[in-house]
Design a protein around this ligand. Structure first.
Ligand code: GLY
Length: 554
């Protein structure tokens, strides 16, 4: 028994035989399933789901944002990681947010890295969707776009998650000519005619229509009207990057997850490596394990601050960060009875490789797809904070991913992550992320697709849900429901959820070990599909009740 659960929302977990889609909105899962029913594969369905998410939950993701996709192709047993994260405009400078006002005196932040034109990175989502479909899909882009277009034209019922985010940011949304017209009351019907126009262009003329035509010009012009520095050329220059995912054998499973510019995959693999050492091959759920887990995250979050940046511009010493001697020191600390100050885990590396150049309820959304052939797509997509930079350009909600850069060295971002020099803004740089789309394999076959939204909490939540399924025998639904903890080094506080409170006796046992416990509403929102093959194929699909999603499939 892993403490109290969130209380299941109707239909947030389902079992399928053929294919499954888990998104954090029921209509988005259905859009993916519709494409699978029509003969599409996991890549087509992931693209359709992403497009639908941008329509039904503009607070979390959309064409004005970006993300990461981890794709497993079953027939050739190959994994590909697509980085379509937003990147800084060419005119970005390390000090562009230095000294800027932080939080507004009341209400939502007005920080220029979070709201307005300067906050917007060059969107990668349209290019990511097109690349996913072109490289791995079996349908045309227009077929994949069709369900989202229909939703944008016909409208959708506003979910309570969207309504609550809308209420929190109403004053800022009211300033925008498109968003001010939205009725975001729960149960109201939201139509998106301007986005429908963009989707029609995307379907008819392909991705070039968004980056390289009148729409791109309009997008750049509107960003500039909002004080931004993004140019039409920045849009034309945008490229998706294919990366090698991180990969490690731990606890008898192969874990494949996000590489830099995400720090999430690294954090998860280092934590699991420490846990394997301290807790043995078959960990037991309880206060000692939760204590070790909290301790295991402190070191990687310090490393993130010191060493992570855009891999195109910084050579990250990943091997040295994961060196046996470092792991041994951190494991010895984590094995102690008492919580250590975060600084105890600070093990600086003498960095001989110079940089290449001189020089959650958050936004974000995670989805999983498993198709009939066994292909798997794990995609995390984002506009960063709810409703991104809180303005639309050419009908598209623009991201505020520039807040994932360091505003200044030592300054925290919206998630309290402390900025490091490697992650200052710069021309065409991609900011460090926590997004951690993950696929876990056993004996060469995928057994779990998992990932989350929720800023810095993405990785700790993803890891715990994976552990619940793989180590503690829970099905995906129970694994997602179960209470979670979070620690990110600074502040030195162990977070528990008010929505799914950790068992009081466990909290007390953690306090006795020296942890300062603090509450937070929820720790990220996780979507997962567990792939069971024995005695017969079953896909246990779960959408996190914390955000009200529901899976779809057959
Ligand atoms: N914007 C959230 C992340 O990339 O981690």
């Amino acid at each position: 028994m892993v403490g109290a659960t969130t209380g299941a929302s109707v239909g947030h977990t389902k079992v399928f035989r053929e294919y499954a889609v888990s998104a954090d909105h029921p209509e988005a899962s259905k859009a993916g399933a519709e494409v699978l029913a029509a003969g599409g594969n996991a890549a087509d369905a992931a693209a359709a789901t992403m497009l639908a998410l941008g329509v039904v939950n503009p607070a979390s993701s959309g064409l004005g944002g970006g993300g990461f996709a981890l794709y497993y192709s079953a027939k050739d047993d190959e994994l590909t990681f697509l980085d379509f994260r937003e990147r800084a405009p060419a005119a970005a400078t390390p000090d562009m947010f230095a000294g800027a006002e932080g939080e507004a005196p009341s209400g939502p932040s007005a920080a220029p890295s979070q709201v307005g034109g300067l906050a917007a990175g060059v969107p990668g989502e349209p290019a990511g969707i097109a690349t996913l479909v072109e490289r791995f899909g079996s349908m045309s882009l227009s077929d994949v776009i069709a369900p989202a277009l229909r939703l944008a034209e016909e409208g959708l019922v506003v979910s309570s998650a969207l309504a609550s985010m809308g209420a929190s940011f109403a004053a800022q949304l009211d300033q925008d000519p498109v968003m001010s017209k939205w009725n975001l009351m729960p149960g109201a019907v939201l139509r998106r005619p301007s986005l429908a126009h963009v989707l029609r262009l995307f379907a008819n003329a392909g991705v070039e229509a968004l980056y390289n035509g009148p729409l791109g010009r309009e997008m750049a012009a509107v960003v500039q009207q909002h004080g931004g520095i993004m140019t039409f050329q920045d849009l034309r220059d945008y490229r998706v990057v294919t990366r090698r995912p991180l990969d490690a054998e731990l606890f008898g499973y192969r874990w494949v997850t996000a590489p830099p510019p995400s720090a999430g995959g690294f954090t998860m693999l280092q934590s699991l490596t420490i846990l394997e050492r301290v807790s043995g091959a078959t960990p037991v759920y309880g206060a000692p394990l939760l204590h070790t887990m909290a301790e295991s995250w402190k070191g990687p979050f310090i490393d993130r601050q010191r060493y992570f940046g855009d891999p195109a511009q910084i050579i990250q010493p990943l091997d040295r960060m994961m060196s046996p001697s470092r792991i041994e020191k951190r494991a010895a600390l984590a094995a102690g009875e008492k919580a250590n100050p975060t600084e105890a885990y600070d093990l600086p590396i003498v960095w001989t490789s110079p940089p290449r150049t001189s020089s959650d309820n958050a936004g974000t959304s995670h989805l999983c797809v498993v198709d009939r052939e066994g292909n798997v797509a794990a995609v995390t997509t984002t506009v960063n904070l709810p409703f991104g930079a809180r303005f639309t350009a050419a009908g598209i909600v623009m991201n505020d991913e520039m807040d994932d850069f360091a505003r200044g060295v030592g300054e925290p971002n919206a998630f309290g992550l402390i900025g490091g020099a490697s992650n200052l803004p710069g021309p065409r740089k991609r900011p460090v992320s926590t997004m951690s789309p993950t696929i876990v394999f056993k004996d060469g076959k995928p057994v779990l697709c998992v990932g989350a939204s929720g800023g810095s909490r993405i990785v700790t939540a993803t890891q715990q849900v994976a552990m619940n399924v793989l180590f503690f025998g829970m099905d995906a639904g129970r694994a997602v429901d179960a209470p979670r903890i979070h620690h990110q080094g600074f502040p030195n506080k162990l977070r528990v959820e008010t929505k799914a409170p950790l068992d009081e006796a466990l909290q007390e046992a953690l306090r006795e070990r020296g942890h300062a416990i603090a509450s937070i509403r929820n720790i990220a929102n996780v979507q997962a599909i567990q792939i069971v093959t024995k005695p017969e194929r079953r896909l246990h699909a779960a959408s996190d009740p914390r955000k009200g999603g529901s899976p779809a499939g057959r």
